[in-house]
Every structure is written in structure tokens, then in C-alpha cells.
Design a protein around this ligand. Sequence first.
Ligand SMILES: *Cc1c(COP(=O)(O)O)cnc(C)c1O
Length: 395
Amino acid sequence: MDPALVEQKHGSSSFQKFPLTVARGSGATVWDEEGREYLDFMAGYGVAIVGHSNPSVVRAISAQAAQLITCHGSFYNRARSEFIETLVSVSPKGLDRVVLTNSGTESVEAAIKLARRRSGRQKIISMKGGFHGKTFGALSATWNPKYREPFSPLVPGFEFVEFGDAQALEAVIGPDVAAVIAEPVQGESGVVVPPEDYLKAVREACDRAGSLLILDEIQTGLGRTGKMWASEHWGVVPDIMTVSKGLGGGVPIGAVVALGDVVSSLQKGEHTSTFAGNPLACAAGTATLEFIRDNGLPEAAERGGTVLAAGLKAITESHRLVRETRGLGMMRALQLRVEIPRVLERAISEGLILAYSGRDTLRLLPPLVASEEQLRRGLSVIEKVVAEEELARTG
Ligand SMILES: *Cc1c(COP(=O)(O)O)cnc(C)c1O
């Protein structure tokens, strides 16, 4: 039976579906069941950061699968210890202790629990426009009312301030605040880059109030923005950092990397999970981190970002339909003046998969291994579908 029909009948109705069945992938390319080729600039919202079915990841998973697939966290395991060591080695200085999870939202859950446990305080300040996941704790730190309202009451103790406005934070932070949580660059909200001095000011406000700073690098981390961690653009080191998305090269895994005294505030049994530290996921994670480091993917993202920025700027300047373009490295947005579903579907039929943010913003999160030729090809499809949409609207 057709996968689309089965998923429509028996699958979750919550995913916004595109009319495409993906069968196979390699690098920045995926193929449908008929063998038709697509450039994947959505990459599962940035998950395929080292490319689809990256050969180093495939080798690591295959070898680990033959040796040991599961090992509870009650026991030590070399695949896990190697992953923890590698993750600490690429993390900001001072963040030398890791809590392993299975996804982004679980990493945020762990980060919130760590912050409350370590500080002995309850209040968490989050950002308007922020996105941290859809389980209850993470959802309570997420701004969009569309995700929140049907599920109230959420976890108490969360408060929101304007992202990018240091004074707004100053006005509410105080000795009752356990932590401030923010994405260095907001992803889900449409790639919102904060003002130049903002993150430094947030860091200083946290230090004055004795609050912990949680930076959610789930989308911005692992080289995406042109540095290993987006916080490096502003010379800021958080107390707690969340990582996931591309961390396992496509295999589900997440992590919290934090200061030693933050993680060691957890007492036995207070935060564990059956699959956390799974050897298969950890082997994928080590292979992914080594690939990112050994192939200079942050630098590749900076170079690729220059190509994307120039192309998107040219499209913005030559089409009235485009409101603006924003971004950092290979995390880019093109905001139109109209709703975009038709543009996204036209792009797919032209062989390009894009992500979106809200109703009017195209989001580009290509694998960092995409070649310059692939980036230019993607840009020319975007130019084409934007021009067609413009023509369709002006007649
Ligand atoms: C995707 C994302 C999450 C949630 O990750 P899931 O794996 O979907 O639960 C949290 N924070 C940010 C910044 C994200 O981009």
C-alpha cells in the first residue's frame, strides 16, 4: 500500500505533510520511490547536518549494532564514554559534564530540572518567540500560543520577555530566578538574530542575579551558524547548553552539557531515562562529532552562508514579494509578504525541499556538506518559484 495512504489513515494527524515519499538519501540529496532527485535544504529541520546517510556514521552504527545495541545507564560502556569525551572536547570551556537524552525537548526538560535543582529557585525566564520543544516543561518555555493553549495548564513558574531587549530582562530578573533560557538565534520564529551586544548583556544579568544561563543550541549548534556553537559569535559561555537535532547524524539523541556543579546537584534517581546513553546512538554521535571537527564543517558553514546570504539578498532586492532575508552561516530565512504553502509545494516539484517558519517565511537549513554548486542550484529554484508566485499574484 502507498505509504502516504497508510500514514494518512493510521499515522499522527499532527504533522504538516508534503506530497513526497522519501526513500533514500546521500549528502544534501534525497530520492523518492520513483528515483526522482531532490535537494534537501530542510534536512529534517537541520538534523542531516553531516549529510544523509553519512558514510562515517553508517560505518559506526553498523559496527556498534553488531557488538551491543542496548546498555542501561546503570553500567559503564565504551561507546558512551567515547561520545561523552568527544562532546566535552568540542563544547565551550568549563562545560565538562554531560546528561544524555533522546531528543531536543528531553534535553530542555533536563536543563530546566538541573537549573531548579542547582539554584534551589523556581522561576524560569524565557523569550518571546522562543521555541524549546513540545513536552510540558519545554512547552512551558515555548512562546507560540498555538502550541501552548490547547494543553493548559502548563508548568508554573515561567515568564516571558522580549528577545533582543536586555532592559526588558533586567526589569524582571532577580534573586528568585533559577534560569534564563534562550536560543542564541531563534529558529522556529524565523531565524531571528539578536542585536550585537545582547547575549553578553543576558550573561551579565544572570551573573548579577545569581541565575543560570541556559542556551538552547539544538538548532544553532554543531557548526550550523559558522561557529561550533552560536554563542561563540558573541563570546558568551552558558552554564547549561542543550544539543540535539544533528548530534547523531540523524539517529535520535540529545544532550545537556553543563558546568560540573550543575550536573552533580542531581541526586541518585532524580533524572534518568531508559534509553539515555544508548550505545548505538552514542556511536552515531561520536562519528558525527568527529566528522564535523575533522572536516571543518563550521568553516564550511561560514563559506556556504556567504553564498546563501548573497543569493538571498539578490532575490530580496529584485522581488517585491520578498520582505527581507535574515540569518547566520547556513541558517537562513527569506520572509515573503504572502503565505507560502504554494511556494513550498512548487519548490518541491522543482526538486528543492525547504523548511518554513510561520505562514510567510522560508527557512533554509541545508546539510553543511552541501557543495557550492548545490547551494547555487537551490538558490536558483527559490528565485524561480518566488518569481512565479509574484507573477501569479500580480497577474
Ligand atoms: C527542534 C528544537 C527543539 C525540540 O527538539 P525536538 O527533538 O523536536 O524535541 C528545541 N529547541 C530548539 C531550538 C529546536 O530547534
